[in-house]
Design a protein around this ligand. Structure first.
Ligand SMILES: Nc1ncnc2c1ncn2[C@@H]1O[C@H](COP(=O)(O)OP(=O)(O)O)[C@@H](O)[C@H]1O
Ligand SMILES: [Mg+2]
Length: 216
């Protein structure tokens, strides 16, 4: 199974989502995490992870590699065939990389924040998804609301917008929580950090939903 975590917008939680998904998948099989972003955030996370592996008690790790542009499709395909699960953390600005990941993947997970800016930035992405359907007609697309502030009405408005766009939205919402930032900085996931039960519940619920969607 190959997942691509995509959005043309930065700072929406792509890397956070990708490393959590890849590490949760690594519990049940060999998982590959492709860092498709020149900023190398997922690769940095993996480096911090190996530095901390002596002092912290960690679960299984995904194998992390860096790929960019069209290599995400060509190299990615060969590599993905050797793993049970592949997750691509796609760089927002690398349009060749983004297109390649949308052709490579079986499921695109689109983290979005709940602001007008997030909605406006989705037009480009929706066009790219439509184009990729010529090569990858079975691509499943699921939107994940991230960095949610439950005190505002923004989320309800964003959900209306997504519905208008006929996008399938996961029920799980990931809220803005310090634990996510901290986990990434230490090369772990919130479950391994073990400090924020709500953050853990959100990630586990997201994971269950994604796995359930694969079976239906
Ligand atoms: N749910 C969250 N709660 C708090 N901070 C978050 C959350 N998701 C992401 N962040 C933080 O926001 C910033 C951008 O997240 P990141 O996952 O790197 O996004 P992207 O890969 O889309 O640019 C990072 O500093 C990250 O730690
Ligand atoms: Mg990123």
């Amino acid at each position: 199974m190959i997942y691509a975590v995509v959005n043309t917008k930065g700072g929406v939680g792509k890397t956070t989502t990708a490393v959590h998904l890849a590490t949760m998948l690594a519990r049940s099989g060999e998982a590959l995490l492709i860092d498709g972003d020149k900023q190398k955030s997922a690769a940095s996370w993996a480096a911090w992870r190996s530095e901390n592996s002596g002092s912290l008690k960690l679960g299984p790790s995904p194998t992390t590699i860096l790929l960019g542009g069209k290599a995400i499709l060509s190299e990615g395909k060969t590599l993905a065939s050797k793993y049970n699960y592949t997750v691509v953390d796609v760089g927002g600005r690398d349009s060749a990389g983004l297109r390649s990941s949308l052709i490579l993947a079986q499921m695109a997970i689109v983290p979005v924040g709940a602001s007008n800016l997030d909605a406006a930035a989705m037009t480009d992405l929706l066009e790219l998804i439509e184009l990729s359907r010529d090569y990858n007609p079975d691509l499943a697309v699921r939107v994940l609301l991230t960095r949610v502030d439950p005190r505002t009405k923004d989320t309800a408005e964003m959900l209306d917008f997504l519905k208008e766009q006929k996008l399938e939205v996961l029920t799980t919402k990931v809220c803005e929580r310090v634990a996510f930032r901290r986990a990434i900085g230490e090369g772990v996931i919130v479950q391994e950090l073990g400090k924020d039960r709500l953050a853990i519940n959100e990630m586990e619920a997201f994971f269950e939903e994604v796995q359930h969607e694969n079976k239906t």
